[in-house]
Write a protein that binds this ligand. Structure first.
Ligand SMILES: NC(=O)c1ccc[n+]([C@@H]2O[C@H](COP(=O)([O-])OP(=O)(O)OC[C@H]3O[C@@H](n4cnc5c(N)ncnc54)[C@H](O)[C@@H]3O)[C@@H](O)[C@H]2O)c1
Length: 447
């Protein structure tokens, strides 16, 4: 199969849901700039027949990267891993060792294709047909842009950026990917969970009447901390402890709660037009907790007048829930529980653990099938607008002010360091006591 005409549609209809096209909101000059910067060709071998080997490169060799690479290697048809890239050698080599244990026959990664450092992504992407992008999300725009410029298919994890500048870069590169007929998958795997697909379709088809409001939660005890080590530069410390720095992580409303916000957008077939919220740091205030909040509550408005109530916290010992719920004029849908009460009552019949239902594997199966059989597959737009929804929520909680979609998307906020180097300083630096400025709703940041 070879590169063919641009796709007439935006992807499978259930995912072609965004009433607001993010790309349409970009200035044409930005699009032009990215399009010109992109290499106009699709790399030879980027498309494969069913029996041709697809070469995969892994960029970002952590927990998810190891899993995503294994899933890519488990798709139908010949696939091999040809290159790895990570900021740190120990992470790249550790993941390679783990992958060798389960997939040795599919791994062709000599030492000179284990790339390390901030520029490592380039050589790894150059060597592949399909780039798996699983570094911390702050790097996603840079890595995605490069992969698209080189004519590579992409699987990239959510979120796809940590600030509006990054979202705009991803939307612009997504438009180029579409022009080049490159296939792009995004790791919002609920779209590949058969129970979610069914319950969302039923709600969209009117099973609970008109959806008046939704509630979504990512409330749990939080994640790992990598404390500062003697001799680390500030850049290395932030990179190792990336969850707590916004340029890398985006705060947990972006990094994790995106999954739940994305489901709400999927149900509504739209992105919110406005947000207002509360947030702060009440429990997670240690010296290694960087600059992020430990709770956010956001009320989003959709253009049809419906509301989305979003809650996330990282509070050990508090109540917990990772779930989504839709309330309609005729009933209630527990989206995460995959059942409907009232209206047209229903319960998903098959277990999530059943063979063939693993959404992490299915998202790779569908992407690789699209590559081999030239099926439309363009998930970057909804990956970017769901990321932007979460960033808009963070803007609302950090500022304490109501914010609209256009203002958020066009924000000049750019968190990425001016210089990427182990000795360079990130934009957010600690004070003499090792503390960072924390956003203060309604006023200036405090430390
Ligand atoms: N879809 C899901 O359910 C799911 C689950 C877990 C993680 N994720 C996503 O996967 C991404 C990675 O998360 P993780 O848990 O694997 O984190 P991780 O810390 O385990 O792995 C990230 C890796 O990227 C490396 N890295 C950092 N900067 C890099 C750069 N510039 N170039 C190349 N490599 C770089 C790090 O050294 C590390 O090895 C995040 O975006 C996260 O949100 C998604």
């Amino acid at each position: 199969m070879k590169a063919s005409k641009p796709d007439p549609i935006d992807g499978p209809s259930r995912r072609n849901f965004l009433k607001v096209s993010g790309a349409a909101l970009l200035s044409s000059s930005l699009l032009d700039r990215v399009a010109r910067a992109a290499v106009a060709r699709v790399a030879p071998g980027a498309f494969a027949r069913g029996d041709e080997t697809l070469k995969v490169a892994l960029i970002g060799c952590g927990g998810r990267g190891g899993g995503a690479a294994a899933q890519a290697l488990s798709t139908a048809g010949p696939v091999k891993l040809v290159a790895l890239a990570d900021a740190f050698r120990d992470r790249a080599e550790g993941t390679l060792k783990n992958l060798m244990a389960g997939h040795a026959a599919q791994i062709d990664v000599p030492p000179d294709r284990v790339h390390v450092g901030f520029d490592a992504y380039k050589a790894a992407i150059d060597a592949c047909d399909v780039a798996v992008l699983t570094a911390p999300p702050g790097f996603r725009p840079q890595h995605f842009e490069y992969a698209v410029a080189q004519g590579k298919h992409v699987f990239m994890e959510k979120p796809v950026a940590t600030d509006a500048a990054g979202v705009r870069r991803v939307l612009a590169a997504a438009a180029v990917a579409k022009q080049k007929n490159l296939k792009v998958g995004v790791g919002l795997q609920r779209h590949y969970d058969p129970g979610y697909v069914e319950v969302v379709k039923r709600v969209q088809d009117g099973a609970i009447g008109d959806v008046m409001f939704q509630r979504v939660y990512w409330c749990d005890g939080g994640v790992w901390v990598n404390p500062r080590q003697p001799g680390q530069s500030e850049m290395e410390y932030q990179m190792r402890n990336w969850y707590y720095f916004n340029w890398l992580c985006g705060d947990h409303i972006v990094e994790q709660h995106i999954h739940n916000l994305d489901v709400a957008n999927w149900v509504k077939n739209a992105t919110p037009i406005r947000a207002r919220g509360h947030g702060g740091r009440q429990v997670r205030t240690g010296i290694d907790h960087g600059e992020i909040f430990d709770h956010h509550q956001v009320e989003f408005d959709y253009a049809d007048g419906s509301k989305l109530f979003s809650y996330c916290h990282h509070w050990p010992g508090a109540w917990s829930s990772v779930s989504e719920h839709a309330h309609g004029t005729k009933g209630y849908a527990d989206l995460s529980g995959q059942r409907i009460e009232g209206g047209k009552a229903w319960q998903f019949g098959r277990g999530r653990g059943e063979e063939g239902n693993d959404p992490y594997q299915r998202e790779h199966d569908v992407l690789f099938d699209a590559i081999r059989n030239d099926k439309p597959h363009h998930e970057a737009n909804y990956g970017a607008t769901s990321t932007m929804t979460a960033i808009m929520g963070r803007m609302a909680t950090y500022s304490g002010k109501e914010i609209g979609w256009d203002e958020a998307l066009q924000s000049s906020e750019n968190l990425f360091p001016e210089v990427l180097d182990w000795k360079a300083n990130p934009r957010s630096m600690p004070d003499a006591s090792g503390r960072y400025k924390i956003a203060r709703p309604g006023g200036a940041a405090s430390s």
